[in-house]
Design a protein around this ligand. Structure first.
Ligand SMILES: NC(=O)c1ccc[n+]([C@@H]2O[C@H](COP(=O)([O-])OP(=O)(O)OC[C@H]3O[C@@H](n4cnc5c(N)ncnc54)[C@H](OP(=O)(O)O)[C@@H]3O)[C@@H](O)[C@H]2O)c1
Length: 347
């Protein structure tokens, strides 16, 4: 297969101030790299837009090394091996990994993933379309699976509240809680998302946090037995309000705090630790990389439920690498239903 002249890359042009804008990113062309001994060349088919990428754009981050100006945007892709000097990978194999927002990427074949390392995993297009390995069968899926089922261990009849419910992680977490026999209430930012999670995915109720003036009153209405499990994808004011309606022995899994990631200034809030104590709540932080050695267990279980039609997923797809910054910004602002992806068939 002949390769094009250029490897197209999205690089960091400058650090965002609050919510990113398109000028924070730049598209550049570099020569397509040649794989060295033991290396392989991957042609990207889909890029992934994920909330964690925002934190990597700041000068300092709690989540490992940040990018320097001019660096390729750290991000996942799924693609096809087009050259290989590594006996473990054949031309035509499909792989997923943190290989950056670019059309062609070199990998050394390592499978190490911890701390955002660029390890790759082979994916099987016979089980699901390759894009699914960035969403429901990828890290968002593994996150929902372990954070809900292992950390919170919801029981039949309990009430589970999922925030970020219309997105990649939240939409699966809610469906897994339904499979467990729970009452599931999703919180999301548009009526279209609520109709998706309730009418298509089977959540019991949905609350639009953007148009609900009194979130606590809405939670009291939709969770009459209080909240046994809070799957927290967003943090901030929404998470603080939910604390006021936790049931005794509630479990709160802290998965993400996207509501805080684009703020130029951090707000001060009243302390809620007393409420957590009164509820005897268990609160646990979750990082998906701690579960990497069991990721196949999650993927296999999710793939089984997908095949049985017990769970569904949506993707929001933009076209071409030029659209990656806009797709990323749109996702941060709630423009996606399900997993936000960028399809690259204009190579
Ligand atoms: N701990 C881990 O290992 C791990 C792994 C993967 C993901 N995560 C976290 O899980 C969360 C969901 O990730 P995802 O990949 O599934 O993203 P996603 O939900 O598909 O997309 C992000 C969503 O966040 C919502 N959002 C943005 N600003 C918000 C705000 N101020 N308040 C409330 N919601 C807001 C938007 O939906 P609305 O329209 O509803 O506002 C947007 O669609 C993120 O916080 C992410 O960082 C953590």
């Amino acid at each position: 297969m002949a390769l094009p002249n250029h490897n197209r890359k999205v690089v960091l042009a400058r650090r965002p101030d609050g919510m990113p804008v398109k000028d924070d990113f730049r598209l550049i062309n570099d020569p397509v790299p040649e794989p060295g001994p033991g290396e392989l060349l991957v042609r990207a088919h889909y890029l992934s837009a994920d909330p964690f990428q925002r934190m990597r754009l700041d000068a300092s981050s709690r989540y490992g090394k940040t990018l320097d100006i001019g660096d390729v945007i750290k991000g996942r892709l799924v693609g096809e091996v087009v050259r290989s000097n590594n006996a473990d990978y054949q031309v035509g194999d499909f792989v997923e990994g943190m290989l950056g927002w670019q059309t062609y990427a070199i990998s050394d074949g390592s499978t190490a993933r911890a701390e955002y390392a660029p390890g790759i995993t082979k994916v099987d297009p016979k089980i699901a379309p390759i894009s699914a390995y960035l969403g429901i069968l990828g890290f968002p899926g593994v996150t929902a699976y372990f954070a809900l089922l292992e950390v919170c261990d919801p029981q039949a009849g309990e009430t589970v509240v999922v925030t970020g419910a219309g997105g990649a992680v939240g939409s699966l977490a809610g469906q897994l809680a339904k499979i467990r026999g729970c009452r599931v209430v999703g919180i999301a930012g548009s009526d279209e998302k609520l109709s998706h999670i309730v009418d298509e995915l089977g959540f019991d109720a949905g609350i639009n946090y953007r148009t609900t003036p009194d979130l606590l009153a809405a939670l009291r209405r939709d969770c009459p037995e209080r909240i046994d499990v809070h799957f927290d994808n967003v943090g901030g004011d929404i998470a603080h309000t939910i604390v006021h309606h936790l049931a005794r022995n509630a479990r709160v899994v802290l998965v993400g705090n996207i509501s805080q990631n684009n703020l130029a200034e951090k707000p001060s809030r009243p302390d809620v630790t007393g409420l957590l104590m009164t509820a005897r709540a268990m609160t646990k932080g979750f990082i998906v990389y701690d579960w990497e050695d069991r990721a196949d267990e999650a993927r296999n279980a999710i793939a089984g439920w997908l095949a049985e039609g017990k769970i569904r997923y949506r993707e929001t797809i933009s076209e071409g690498i030029d659209s990656a910054p806009a797709a990323f910004i749109s996702m941060l602002q709630g423009g996606n239903i399900g997993k936000q992806l960028i399809r690259l068939d204009d190579l």
